[in-house]
Design a protein around this ligand. Sequence first.
Ligand code: FCB
Length: 473
Amino acid sequence: MNPTATTPGGHLAPRLLDTIASLPSSFRWGVATSSYQIEGAVAEDGRTPSIWDTFSRVPGAVAGGDHGDVACDHYHRMPQDVALIKDLGVDTYRFSVAWPRVQPGGRGPVNPAGLAFYDRLVDELLAAGIDPWVTLYHWDLPQELEDAGGWPARDTAYRFADYSMLVFDALSDRVDTWTTLNEPWCSAMLGYAYGAHAPGRRDFGAAVSAVHHLLLGHGLATQRMRAAATRPIQLGITLNMSTATPATDSQPDREAVRRSDGLGTRIYLDPLRHGRYPADVVADLAEQGVSLPVQDGDLDIISAPIDVLGVNFYFGQVLSGTDEDGNTRDAQGAPVVREVPLDVPRTAMGWPIMPEGFTELLVRLSRDYPGLPMVITENGAAFDDTADDNGFVCDDDRTNYLAQHLAAVAVAHRQGADIRGYFAWSLLDNFEWAYGYDKRFGIVRVDYETQARTPKQSALWLRDTIKRVRAGG
Ligand code: FCB
């Protein structure tokens, strides 16, 4: 690693570092990635297109016309990347499995050549002393399944459970932790309501059906994996969540927060943990002429016991229920939920940096959904990096972001939230979905011309911080 970075994070307030150092020495530390964002090799060893291969070809869908054809070329550089992970001193690597690699077309038998990649990855990780943490679905739905209706179609949930079992049967002798979905809110809403992510549809009713079928797929897969397990395993799901604060104490502003929290958090966690959808959200949907396509028995499946909740947090929000002119309904008659611009620093994504919202979220989750250990499966930030001649990035902004958010986790932990680990998003700069390669979240820089990897200042800081916490502060 770069010798110029002798005191990574030296500028950080000592109080922040002491707070982080109060995390338990047994805390789990990791880095996270996802298949389409790093692998490349989209047509190799029998892989078929996913909705992201298709969507990224739609003119204007992805910044710069970028796509994942090569990405970080991780498919060909996997052993080198595992060595990099080991150098960071983390104990866990969270990666996702590409469904169209393992089961091309989304149905039928396993593709041994595609599965072999993950088999090798798991062995490589274990040999390096790193725990593999599998995400079964991080948004790369086989295109054929989208053509058959995608997540708004009930059958996709059953296809997902079948696919999950192909992977589980092959790797559960060595992989202890299995999470089904990454951020179903993004799959459903960004993909089917807002058209911002693959498959690019704009149909709110379809998006709400997708919510239910994603949860059903999670429950079906969870039940089957649990039944098939021959040794202790941990099962879970990862959700993206935020903390919304009302701009004022007015009724419309509090109402905006209720709605946003309902569709963002409670519509997932209530059925997962309490076996029912929140009544206020169901009523809001009915008012918009939309319903969740629940069939008898679905909620029992969805609320199948899980062992861990993956929490992805990036930013907090302050919301208002009125537009700039004071109206509570928009031109279509829908209730206004407006993000109020705040005077806080923002990342290159334009996301407001609000670490105190992270503490608030974690404490609230442990109160409203008790008895479920949490692991932070993603947290990190994009900034406009500048590399020196050696490819080194002195990313004080990202280091500071990580430190502030880790301290926020430590504070929540002290307040009693059952948080077991923290994974930085992301190991590498990568394909940031609709933003393409322009937005860099890596703690390791990737030079896309040469595919050279160079740990940034933030990576060195994280490595030192992990050592300190493990040593007991
Ligand atoms: C999350 C995604 C992840 C990455 C980060 C920045 O929503 O799970 O793939 O894009 O945002």
